[in-house]
Design a binder for this molecule. Structure first.
Ligand code: PEP
Ligand code: MN
Length: 345
């Protein structure tokens, strides 16, 4: 149930409603938007009449939520969530953010070289896996802690924000000092124990759509994180598995406007995993911006042919540069913008 407070509701009014919600057995999540406070009661109390809440002082409207996701739904924050970072970068506002870098951190030289390249092209985040979920146990599994240390060092030097994948609960605490965003990969979208633990930390999260997950399942997975009180969740379409085999996955561009309608959470797109082929990454990135995404996750490698993972879908730095120029033009056409270069603070 959502209780939208009147614009002029006092703190006392708000506390009164919170108390009543708790009394009948709800867990209460509060969000204060530009104009009003919204209270979401989640849980399944058996005896209550939602009309009683309409009579409480300061209440504007009471809405029963019929969708299975209560906190991830638009109604909780009709104006949309903006995930803010200390250096001024914001995801979900007017700016479209670009997170770029290699699939995996492979060496000091590789990550320092690519960081400078993606920064000068206009990326705000450096991506790079330190723990890699690989289909084969014999493939490169990532540099682990050493990779995280390199990411932090290059992030501090360039001002780029750092995003890297967390694969299991035991890695959360280890990663917190080194990353600005925890990425939950497609294979872990329904690792509910991991999602619950991530809900308890206060660090932004990028949650990728599972390989065979519906959009409702994606939103329910986000709900696990939000229910723990971590509201800084960004979603990401990264292609789903269909009967088509020409591309590695089928990039579901329609997921972008659908999620933007159903949810207040920022929606990003990862065209690299979406298609799995370098020559099709740029068209899908352009389509995602045109479709209204809040950001992109793109694999770029200084020498893709020598990459230890996902080389075939990694852009050459010059291709990334050219793509960013095109994206700026498309962003303007849909009333958005992409920054020229992130400042070092
Ligand atoms: C990645 O970003 O490198 C990755 C493993 O992504 P996904 O979880 O979408 O496969
Ligand atoms: Mn990858």
């Amino acid at each position: 149930m959502i209780v939208a407070m009147q614009e002029r509701a006092t703190e006392e009014d708000i506390q009164g409603v919170i108390e009543r919600l708790v009394q009948v057995g709800f867990n209460v999540h509060r969000t204060t938007g530009a104009v009003q406070t919204v209270l979401a009661g989640v849980g399944t109390p058996s005896h209550f009449d939602h009309k009683d809440f309409e009579l409480l002082s300061g209440v504007a409207e009471v809405v029963r939520i019929t969708s299975p996701y209560k906190l991830a739904g638009r109604g909780f924050r009709p104006e949309g969530t903006i995930v803010r970072f200390p250096n001024g970068v914001a995801v979900g506002g007017d700016e479209i953010v670009v997170m770029a870098g290699p699939c995996s951190v492979e060496s000091r030289e590789q990550i320092f070289t690519i960081a400078d390249q993606v920064k000068s092209a206009g990326a705000s985040f450096l991506r790079g896996g330190a723990f890699k979920p690989r289909s084969s146990p014999y493939s490169f599994q990532g540099m682990g802690l050493d990779g995280l240390k390199l990411l932090r060092e290059v992030g501090d030097r360039t001002g780029l924000l750092i995003i890297s994948e967390v694969m299991e609960i035991s890695q959360i605490d280890l990663m917190l000092p080194y990353v600005d965003v925890l990425q939950v990969g497609a294979r872990n979208m329904q690792n509910f124990n991991l999602l619950r633990e991530i809900g308890l930390v206060r660090k932004p999260v990028l949650l990728k759509r599972g390989i065979a997950a519906t959009l409702e399942e994606l939103l329910l997975s986000a709900e696990y994180i939000l229910a723990g009180g971590n509201y800084d969740v960004m979603l990401c379409e990264r292609g789903i598995r269909t009967f088509e085999t020409y591309t590695r996955n089928t990039m579901d561009i329609s997921a972008i406007p659908v999620i933007k309608k159903l949810s207040h959470l920022p929606m990003l797109a990862d065209p690299s995993h979406g298609v799995g082929r370098r020559d099709k990454v740029a068209p899908m990135a352009r389509a995602a911006v045109a479709a209204g995404c809040d950001g992109l996750l793109i694999e770029v490698h200084p020498n893709p042919d020598k990459a230890l993972s996902d080389g075939a879908q990694s852009l050459f730095p010059e291709q990334f540069d050219q793509l960013m120029d095109q994206l700026r033009i498309i962003a303007t056409a849909v009333d958005r913008n992409i920054r020229a270069e992130i400042p070092v603070i």
